[in-house]
Structure formats: structure tokens, C-alpha cells
Design a protein around this ligand. Structure first.
Ligand code: XAN
Length: 468
């Protein structure tokens, strides 16, 4: 890697919900450790910007990546953040028939996950997942693996090797699971510590972190959850689990934990709700459960493709956002069939329209609809907030890491068709309102008609990790 890189072009990000920030003709300077050192808007000469930033640099030490195009069809966007993905379930993407959660787990999921003791097959599957998610612009992913420690460690190694920022969650489950896919509490403790130790003391890549992963309350004994809650607090570790996805699951949790006030309270009473906790789904929550999630500063992973596919329900995202609860997006492969966060963002927008259609009051309808800007926020900075990484990634700010994708709407083979009158036509010098409006339409075109073909280059911490 060069001593210093400067990226030049149009930068788009979402510094807050509903805010699309568009910066054409901008230079971003990045040091060798991947940190953004300066951002210069309205720039004409990126190399000059870098030399002005650090006069001790020599021109040949600076790598200039100039992507500016006047049409507005090439732009940088923060790398996507997938807050919930089961890497081990990837071979089943698309295979779910008409099942719903509990029979889906038994029929499709547990038999597949039980096979990860075979490291060759684990390597083939996990390599594919990391390659494909990177090619789809996902620079950070919070992965579930399986109960097996060795293949979970292998996944951590693969992410480190390919340069993806990742959380690795060895799944924990010691009850209500099939005989062929279950662990005892001591086995779980040993395997969990093995993974945490491997990542923290052997791998030592600060982009890879362990995440404690009690699968969901029905498959976790109270003793196991107590141990995980205490371990998380002692070591300051992240936690991920599933919450309130399916109505049969809710009834089951009530039966199993009659002393708990709610499903959310089951986790809270085991110290599993922290500001580093990611709760996937959260579809059928009461107001008091939402209050509890907010009080604990935990985050929600919205998984709209999965929720429609295995018929779990429609998550009321606006209700959470209105309360300032942190929300990001999860592909939830293979409950979800697509490992693209771009597709997931599109589905999040559509699910919000379905919720709106159930309302008769036009104002409520309008409020419930998520906009293009909203779902792009969820795909980037929203996800970073959920993973407690928003000081590090999710938008373009000085001091953050350069985790970025370069989008080209006109790339060969692109599904996006842009006609003459639709180009933004950025001028050499000023910013005009008309170009900005046209550019916003191009972003909508990307969201609705684009796909991985438009993601042409991807960087994590300034290192190029994918090129198409
Ligand atoms: N609950 C779950 N939900 C889901 O979407 N995928 C899973 O693997 C799972 N396990 C429990």
C-alpha cells in the first residue's frame, strides 16, 4: 500500500437519517493505516490537496484514485454493513419452501449447520460468502457461524485474509435442539472461549471481533444465558441473538420462561441487553419491550427479505426510529435469500409501504414509508450504530476508516439504464440545484435497478479488497 492515498470524485453518504449528503469534486486523503485524514470539497487537484495536507509527502508516495465523472454515474458510497448474516446457511439461500421459522430450522437449517466439523467443506462455503459479500459492497458483517469452534476460527481467518471487517459469532445452543446438533454448557463454554481466544490473542486483527451468540431463547438454558451475559460484561464483548420473529416462537418462549415479563425481558434478566447487543427481527414487540431496548441502548437488525420469505411478519421500523432506537439492516441469509444489502435496503423500503397500505389516514401512511435516503442510512451509518462502530465506519468523516465502495451505474453489463437527460451534469466549479436533483434520482435508480455489477471497487481500511 502507498504511504498515502487520495480518492477524488463524488462522495455520497448519510450523516443522519433522511439526510443524503452529496459532495461532488471532493478529495479524501487516507493514510496507510486506512484513516481518513482530510476531506476537501470543491477540489480541483487531489494531488495538490494531499501535498498541502502534508508537505513532507513526495508526489510519488501518493496514490491518486481519480473517479470524477461529470455525468454523476460514478460515485463513492460507504461500504455496506450487514448486521445479521448466517454464513453457514449460505448453501440454502433460496431454499425455504413454505416453511415458517420453527419448521424451517428443523427441516433446512439445523441439518446444514451440523456439517461444519468438516473443515474442507466449511472453507469452501465460508470463502464463497466472504468473496460474495465483498463483491456486493459489504465491508462489515456480523456473522453467525455454527456451534463448531474450529470452523468458526477458520471463518475469522478467512475474513482477516480477505480484508473484511467482521464479527464472528460461534452459535450457542444447549437445549431444545436436535441430538445431532446441540452442545452442553461446558462444551459451549470451552468452544466459545476457544473462538474468543483465537480472535483476540492469535489472529490479532483489530478488524475482526468475536461476538457472543446465544442462538435464541428457546435453544438456550438459563444457565447458558447467565454465563454468556456475565462473560460479555467481564470482557466487554458484543452480543447477537434473535428476538420476537415469529408468533409460535413467542408462545414457546412464554411457556419456557413463565417468570419473565416478556421475551425481551428474558434476555435482559440474563444481562444480555447492552449497547453492544444486536437483536435480529424484533417484529412483534410491545411498547414496554421497545422501551427496554432503548433503555439498554441495544440495536435492532431489520431483516425484511427473511421476514417476508419465511412469513414472519413486517417489522415496524418507523416506530423504532421515532424513538431513536438504533436500526440497521441484515440480510439474514438464509432466512433471507440474498446476501446483498442493496437488495435488503430495497425490500426494507417496500415492506414499509406494505405497512403504510394498512393505514387509512394519509398522513400516517406517509410517515410510515421509508425513503431512499432512509434505507441508505440503515445500510451504512445505521448499521454502524447497531454494531457500536459508528465512530469508526458508516460515513465519510475525518478520523474514520476508509471502508468504501465505488459505484458505476454505466459499467458494462449494468442493469441500470441512464438516458441523456438523466445525467447530473456536474459543472467544473459550482453546485447547482438541478444537478443535485438529477443526482438524487440516480441514487434512486441505483437502489431500485442496480445490483452487484455496479459495485466496481471496494476498500476496507483503505485496502482494496475487491475489484470487478
Ligand atoms: N431463530 C432464527 N431466526 C432466523 O432467521 N435464523 C436462524 O437461524 C434462527 N435461529 C433462531
Amino acid at each position: 500500500m502507498s504511504k498515502f492515498s487520495v480518492f477524488y470524485g463524488t462522495f455520497v453518504d448519510t450523516p443522519a437519517l433522511s439526510q443524503l449528503r452529496i459532495r461532488p469534486r471532493t478529495s479524501i486523503g487516507v493514510s496507510a493505516d486506512g484513516t481518513i485524514q482530510f476531506i476537501k470539497a470543491e477540489s480541483q487537484n487531489p494531488l495538490q490537496d494531499a501535498l498541502e495536507f502534508d508537505p513532507t509527502l513526495r508526489s510519488w508516495e501518493i496514490n491518486v484514485v481519480d473517479t470524477f465523472d461529470h455525468q454523476g454515474t460514478t460515485f463513492f458510497f460507504p461500504g455496506f454493513i450487514d448486521t445479521h448474516i448466517h454464513a453457514s446457511q449460505y448453501p440454502n439461500a433460496g431454499i425455504f419452501g413454505s416453511s415458517t421459522l420453527l419448521d424451517w430450522l428443523e427441516t433446512y437449517t439445523f441439518p446444514l449447520e451440523a456439517n461444519f466439523k468438516n473443515l474442507d467443506s466449511a472453507r469452501a462455503i465460508y470463502s464463497k460468502v466472504v468473496d460474495k459479500t465483498l463483491a456486493n459492497g459489504t465491508t462489515t458483517a456480523s456473522y453467525y457461524t455454527t456451534i463448531d469452534a474450529d470452523s468458526s476460527n477458520l471463518m475469522a481467518d478467512l475474513c482477516a485474509k480477505r480484508g473484511q471487517r467482521a464479527f464472528i459469532g460461534k452459535v450457542c445452543m444447549d437445549q431444545n435442539s436436535p441430538d445431532y446438533y446441540i452442545e452442553t454448557l461446558p462444551e459451549c463454554q470451552h468452544a466459545t472461549q476457544k473462538v474468543v481466544n483465537h480472535i483476540q490473542n492469535e489472529l490479532k486483527d483489530d478488524k475482526i471481533k468475536p461476538i457472543l451468540t446465544p442462538r435464541f431463547a428457546p435453544t438456550c438454558s438459563s444457565e447458558m444465558m447467565t454465563w454468556l451475559g456475565n462473560f460479555a460484561h467481564e470482557q466487554g464483548l458484543h452480543i447477537q441473538t434473535h428476538l420476537s420473529e415469529n408468533r409460535k416462537e413467542l408462545d414457546w418462549v412464554k411457556e419456557l420462561f413463565p417468570e419473565s415479563e416478556s421475551y425481551t425481558d428474558v434476555y435482559d434478566s440474563h444481562r444480555l441487553l447492552t449497547e453492544k447487543t444486536v437483536l435480529a427481527h424484533c417484529i412483534h414487540l410491545s411498547d414496554s419491550e421497545l422501551d427496554l431496548i432503548k433503555a439498554r441502548k441495544s440495536g435492532v437488525s431489520h431483516c425484511p427479505i427473511s421476514n417476508s420469505s419465511i412469513t414472519s411478519g413486517e417489522c415496524e421500523v418507523r416506530r423504532m426510529l421515532d424513538q431513536n432506537i438504533k436500526v440497521g439492516l441484515g440480510t439474514d441469509v438464509s432466512g433471507g435469500f440474498d446476501l446483498s444489502i442493496l437488495s435488503t435496503a430495497k425490500q426494507a423500503l417496500l415492506v414499509s409501504r406494505h405497512l403504510a397500505m394498512k393505514e387509512s389516514d394519509p398522513e400516517t401512511q406517509e410517515r410510515l414509508k421509508l425513503s431512499v435516503d432512509d434505507v441508505l442510512f440503515l445500510s451504512s451509518l445505521g448499521g454502524a450504530q447497531v454494531l457500536d462502530l459508528d465512530k469508526t465506519v458508516g460515513s465519510f468523516e475525518v478520523g474514520k476508516q476508509f471502508d468504501t465502495q465505488l459505484i458505476d451505474l454505466n459499467v458494462k453489463g449494468s442493469k441500470v439504464d441512464v438516458f441523456d437527460w438523466q445525467y447530473a451534469k456536474w459543472s467544473e466549479t459550482d453546485r447547482d440545484a438541478e444537478s443535485e436533483t438529477l443526482f438524487k434520482d440516480l441514487m434512486a435508480k441505483w437502489l431500485f435497478t442496480g445490483d452487484d455489477r455496479n459495485t466496481v471497487l471496494v476498500w476496507v481500511a483503505g485496502r482494496q479488497v475487491f475489484s470487478s
